[in-house]
Design a protein around this ligand. Structure first.
Ligand code: PXG
Length: 460
């Protein structure tokens, strides 16, 4: 049990407010609302704050702590590696065992066309790497005019200049003086928001064909690649209809453009497969990964480079002028190796597919009966609920009423982390969730929806 020291907590909060600039945070508003919650420790699927509250982590940290907290093997792997070789680079004709072994294991675990890995420190850097690889590929192919990368609105591909430019977050674009040129966005496959009365099958095809339309508009000879998350995570767990991805694959094949799957969230078991691409039956040329590769214990990301690209970028010779100090960091690679071996040894991906996800999907769907819920959707171990004023018309609450943020605040004060994306509530629990955790998650979510409804009625 954490020692509860309220003076220390007040001190932390004060200094946090004074000195610590948080990611994606309105500090003025945060200060007015009483500041941050100080998380001091975690165990299994629970986090604990400095005031002694136990909170069920429905988000696996930030979509990453897939094995849960407190896995001693991961701690030992990091400590052993730090003792032996805490750092060395892979530039200048050097390498080291953890990076070699991890690239070999990732090649074994990924679909057959992947035999090379480029390591980065994060998902954003992984997507920046994809931009560099795509441009290098088309240059070497003698088609340098293939410059445009097509991405989607409301996609999240990171916060570096490249990642944010690929992403389709308008709030981020508004703050960017210089987005990377040559990136175009098409509308997303979001059935609840945009599907109107089309069948899921029809809507999926319609949204995929926006890619074809865009390619024709730009001119196929100028299009380099399409990038998408198999399931959009930060955008609100947007699960495309089954017809969507096969049609995207058909279009990429027909026009010869590269397909990039951003699997920063969906890789390593999240959708019940090692890669989300496998769930949707697509054959990407490049895959971005991060987060779950180390269960978040140390930062690591990368690009899986498919043979189509590797055969050109590597085999043509010449230097690929790209790399980071921490590309293939030994301690991060050692943790990733141990993390992936645990997933293999304990058959966690198989368990998610056969047991955990089916139970989660069934219980989560039950939230659709709540009067405030317009839709409860899930796939594998990601889920979303849409808060609405009217179930039939899907009418939303007024933005100023902040229905989603209210619900999120009720959740955390009732011991549950559930994120709000506008009025869409989302979860992505650790893959080690048991039935009892799913029951606790769903029961707390229902209770907090009740509290949200009461509060919207009493103070709209
Ligand atoms: N691609 C995807 C699909 C992601 O979800 C990134 C790239 C960038 O990864 P890094 O490691 O650079 O953060 C992400 C990250 C949220 C939230 O609010 C989601 C992410 C990051 C921060 C916040 O859900 N995803």
């Amino acid at each position: 049990m954490t020692d509860v020291n309220l003076d220390q907590t007040a001190d932390w909060k004060r200094n946090d407010h004074r000195h610590y600039m948080h990611p994606f945070t309105d500090h003025k508003e945060l200060g007015e609302k009483g500041g941050t919650r100080v998380i001091t420790r975690a165990e299994g699927v629970y986090i604990y704050d400095s005031e002694g509250q136990q909170i069920l982590d429905g988000m696996a940290g930030l979509w990453c702590v897939n094995l849960g907290y407190g896995r001693q093997e991961l701690v030992d792997a990091a400590a052993r590696q730090m003792q032996e070789l805490p750092y060395y680079n892979s530039f200048f004709q050097c390498t080291h065992p953890p990076a070699i072994e991890l690239s070999q294991l990732l090649s074994d675990l990924s679909p057959g066309q992947f035999n090379h890995v480029f390591f980065t420190g994060s998902g954003s850097e992984a997507n920046d790497t994809q931009i560099r690889l795509i441009r290098r590929y088309w240059d070497l192919k003698g088609q340098p005019d293939r410059m445009t990368i097509i991405a989607r609105k409301n996609a999240y591909h990171g916060s570096t200049l490249g990642g944010a430019s690929l992403g389709g977050m308008s709030a981020m674009h508004e703050q960017m003086v210089m987005p990377v040129p040559g990136i175009e966005h098409i509308e997303q496959p979001y059935p609840f928001e945009l599907g109107a009365d089309l069948s899921p099958e029809e809507f999926g095809l319609q949204q995929a064909r926006l890619l074809e339309k865009k390619i024709q508009e730009i001119g196929a000879e100028k299009v380099a690649a399409f990038i998408g998350e198999p399931v959009q995570g930060a955008g609100g767990v947007i699960i495309p209809p089954d017809s969507y991805w096969p049609e995207i694959q058909r279009i990429c094949d027909e026009y010869g453009i590269l397909l990039v799957a951003d699997e920063v969230i969906t890789a390593f078991g999240r959708l019940g497969e090692w890669f989300g691409s496998t769930h949707y039956g697509i054959r990407p040329d490049l895959i971005s990964f991060a987060k779950g590769v180390t269960s978040g214990y140390l930062p690591l990301g990368g690009s899986l480079v498919g043979d189509r690209v590797a055969d050109v970028v590597i085999a043509s010779g010449g230097e690929f002028a790209h790399g980071y100090t921490y590309s293939g960091h030994p301690a991060a690679c050692a943790v990733a190796l141990e993390n992936l071996r645990i997933l293999q040894r304990e058959k966690i991906v198989e368990k998610v597919k056969e047991r955990t996800a089916p139970y989660f999907n069934e219980r989560w769907a039950g939230l659709g009966d709540h009067p405030l819920v317009g839709e409860a959707r899930s796939l594998g171990l990601v889920g979303a609920i849409e808060i609405v004023r009217d179930k039939d018309s899907r009418e939303r609450f007024h933005k100023d009423q902040g229905a989603g943020p209210r619900c999120r605040d009720f959740c955390i004060s009732n011991g549950l982390v559930m994120r709000a994306v506008g009025d869409t509530m989302i979860v992505s629990p650790p893959l080690i969730f048991g039935k009892e955790h799913i029951d606790e998650l769903v029961e707390k979510a229902w209770k907090c929806l009740d509290l949200t409804q009461q509060s919207l009625e009493s103070a709209p």
